[in-house]
Design a protein around this ligand. Structure first.
Ligand SMILES: Nc1ncnc2c1ncn2[C@@H]1O[C@H](COP(=O)(O)OP(=O)(O)OP(=O)(O)O)[C@@H](O)[C@H]1O
Ligand SMILES: [Mg+2]
Length: 352
């Protein structure tokens, strides 16, 4: 439904297009979002997320590359054809972008008015949309009288007014508290499920990806560096940045007191501190007790967590492996051979 092929976007601060202060916000981005799916793009601030999503409906024109939505190559359309194509692509924003001087009803009606539709056709479309987003009783209120979550519901109804096939969400829940975020994500999931609308959303929050996305791409410094099923991304991110997002989300970092005692290089009487990540069968296998039996290594668990991500279970543990260097090395090899990811965080001197 959405295909980006080698899309680059460079911003020039001077109109002459000189290279000296060019910002390469998007570099050769390739992305394919099948019809009816929800695809997330996650990245840090300034990574190029808004640039990417704005290239889909050509709010930003790519410097090079092609953008195809529902079989139409967007960059080749005339202005009139682009306008028509944009009716098939709804968009919502972090700060809702409602018109403050218009009522809720009139905000949702706006795209239909711009399309030249008649008053009664507009009414027939707007009322059910307001019902769908749970705001039928607020039709005559103004945005200032609404909560953030309600404003985003109005923006969603407005985005759906022209019956789009695609919905673009630029940090749609970033200005909302966690509970309201949950209810907006549920509404988006419903829209995807019931109306079959393809959703491309960008976010800096793993929780958003975990809650509603089928697939996720990771963007770093203008490049799409990972593209995975959500379950894979949460169990085995392929890049260092992906692992950092995951660790932040799981909040599994060693206690500060331990971090201060960690050294990089093993010594005479140090023990490795490891972060273990395990999924699938490994979660239910009693590997820790087997380590003791088969490798003679004791495991001191410092932190542990189990998360359910879609149908997958993900376990994380920070542990100290107690044994001789040969035994602990053997233990790590044993764990890796059972599909656990083992990351040595450092080595710690035994106190006793
Ligand atoms: N209109 C513009 N002119 C010049 N540079 C821009 C423009 N828009 C964005 N940039 C630059 O392009 C890069 C990517 O910006 P973008 O807004 O796409 O990032 P983002 O991932 O959406 O960030 P955030 O999470 O903070 O919204 C940044 O370095 C930004 O400063
Ligand atoms: Mg942005």
């Amino acid at each position: 439904m959405i295909e980006l092929s080698n899309v680059s976007k460079t911003y020039f601060s001077s109109s002459k297009g000189s290279d000296s202060n060019a910002v390469h916000a998007l570099k050769n981005a390739n992305l394919s979002v099948p019809k009816g799916t929800i695809h997330g793009v996650i990245g840090l601030s300034g990574a190029g997320k808004s640039t990417l999503i704005r290239c889909v409906n050509l709010l930003e024109r790519p410097t090079s590359g092609s953008v195809t939505v529902d079989g139409q190559e967007m960059t080749r359309l005339s202005n009139a054809a682009l306008n028509r194509a944009r009716h098939r692509i709804g968009m919502i924003f972090q700060h809702f972008n409602l018109l403050t001087t218009r009522t809720v009803f009139d905000n949702v009606a706006l795209p239909l008015e711009l399309m030249g539709q008649k008053r009664h056709t507009i009414r027939e479309r707007v009322i059910p949309l307001l019902e769908m987003v749970g705001l039928a009783d607020k039709a005559n209120q103004y945005p200032a009288q609404l909560s953030g979550g309600q404003k985003q519901r109005v923006a969603i109804a407005r985005a759906l007014a022209s019956k789009p096939q695609v919905l673009l969400c630029d940090e749609a829940t970033s200005a909302l508290d966690p509970q309201t975020t949950g209810s907006i994500l549920e509404l988006l999931r419903d829209i995807n499920h019931k109306l079959g609308i393809t959703i491309l959303l960008i976010t800096h929050e793993m929780e958003v990806v975990k809650s509603i996305c089928h697939r996720v791409s990771l963007i770093s410094d203008g490049e799409l560096v990972e593209d995975s099923e959500v379950g894979d991304f949460f169990t085995a991110p392929r890049t260092q940045l992906g692992r950092e997002f995951l660790n932040d989300f799981l909040q599994l970092t060693p206690p500060k007191e331990l971090m201060e005692r960690l050294v990089d290089v093993p010594g005479e009487s140090t023990h490795p501190v490891v972060r273990l990540t395990f999924s699938g069968d490994a979660v239910s296998t009693p590997l820790i007790s087997r380590l003791a039996r088969e490798c003679g290594v004791d495991v001191s668990i410092l932190q542990a967590k189990v998360e359910s991500i879609q149908e997958r279970t993900l376990g994380l543990m920070i542990a100290e492996l107690l044994g001789t260097p040969e035994q602990t090395q053997q233990a790590m090899t044993y764990l890796e051979s059972h599909q656990l990811q083992v990351e040595v965080l450092g080595h710690v001197q035994r106190n006793d």
